[in-house]
Design a protein around this ligand. Sequence first.
Ligand code: UD1
Ligand code: UDP
Length: 363
Amino acid sequence: MKVVTIVGARPQFIKAAAVSRAFNNLNSKKSLAEVIIHTGQHYDHNMSEVFFKELGIPQPDYNLHVGSGSHAQQTADMLKGIEEVLRKEQPDWVLVYGDTNSTIAGALAASKMHIPIAHVEAGLRSYNRRMPEEINRVLTDHVSTLLFCPTKTAVTNLEREGITEGVKNVGDVMYDCMQYYRARLETSSVLPFGVQRKGFALATVHRAENTDSPQSLRQIFDSFKEISKQIPVLVALHPRTRKFIENYNIDISDSIKILEPLPYLQMIELEHNAKVILTDSGGVQKEALFVETPCITLREETEWVETVEIGANVLCGANKSRILDAYYRVIDGDFKVDWSSNIYGDGKASDKIVELLVGDHSS
Ligand code: UD1
Ligand code: UDP
C-alpha cells in the first residue's frame, strides 16, 4: 500500500513527524510505503529543514519549490506539481494536514484524479470565512474520504455540514508529538536567552489578519512593550511578520527580544517555562495547554474552542487593553484552569490514523 503525504508549512512538518513515526512502527508488520511531497511553501532553513533534521522526518521524496506568492499563484503552482507526482506514484491514499495552501492544493489535485484523501485535523472551524485557512479547511473536508478529527467539537462541526461518513475522532497529532518529547522538557536550570523559569513571556505572531493591518500589528507590539517593562518578552518572529514590521516601520522597543523562528524543541522548552504565552498560532494555543502555561490569543475567534472553555486561553484580538487586562489576570493568579482535562486524546492519534488507513485499504 502506498500513501503520498503532502506537507509544505511549518506546523505540517511537526504533525507529519508524529504520523511518519507511526508509519515506520507499522512498517515492520505490513508492507507500507510513504512518499513525501514537500510543496516548498516554507523554505527558509529555520522554517523547514530544521524540523526534518530535528524530528527525524524522512527527507521528502519530492520538493516542488513553489516558494511564496499570492494565494492563487502559490496554490496553482502546487496543483500542477502535485498532479505530476500523483500521476507517477499512483498512490492508494493522499494524506493532507491542517489548513494551509499546501493542504487544499493536495486535496484538489487528488480529488480530480479520484485518489481518496485522508485529512488530518478535519472538522476545525473558526466560522470566519475571511481567513484563508477556513476556506482551505472547509473545501478539503468536503472532498475527503477519511476525516481524522482531533476533538468531539470537530466531529460535531462536520455533522452540521452533513459529513458523517469516514469521520474518526482520533485525537490530536500535535499532542502525540508533545508526549513523545515531553521527558526532555524536564527543567534544565539554564534556559536560553537568559530568561528565568516562569519569569518571561513568549510570543508568536503571523496570522494574516494581524500582519496585514498596520493598526493591529502596532497594538500587538505596543502591548508587548508594556509587558516587557515588567518581564522579558521573547518574540519568535515569523518571516511574514518581520517583513510587515519593516514595511510599516513599526518601532520595536529595545526591551522586546526579537528572535529568529525557533527549532521545535527549543520552542516547546520555552513554552513550558514561560509565565504566559501570547500568540495567534493555532498550534501554539494547544501546546500552551499541553504544557500548562496560560495563553493569550491575539485573535477574535479560535478553532481550538476547548482551550477557552476550560479557562486556559483567552481571546483578546489585536486589542492592547484587552491583551494587557488578560496579562494582569495571569500575573494576579486569576487564571483558573482545569489543566487535567483530557481534551486532545491519549497521545496515540498517529497510530490510530495509520491503522485506519491500512485497515480501510484492506477492507
Ligand atoms: C502559512 C499558512 C498558515 C499557517 C502558517 C504557519 C496559508 C494560507 N497560510 O502562513 O495557515 O498558520 O503558514 O506558519 O497557507 N516567508 C519567508 N520564508 C519562508 C516562508 C515564508 O520569508 O520560508 C515569508 C514570505 O514573505 C511569504 C510570507 O512569509 O510571502 C508568508 O508565507 P506563506 O507561506 O504564504 O504564509 P504564512 O503566513 O507562512
Ligand atoms: N513553532 C516552532 N518555532 C517557532 C514558532 C512555532 O517550532 O518559532 C512550532 C510550534 O511549537 C508549533 C507549530 O510551530 O508546533 C505551530 O506552527 P505555526 O504557528 O507556524 O502555525 P499554525 O499552528 O498557526 O498553523
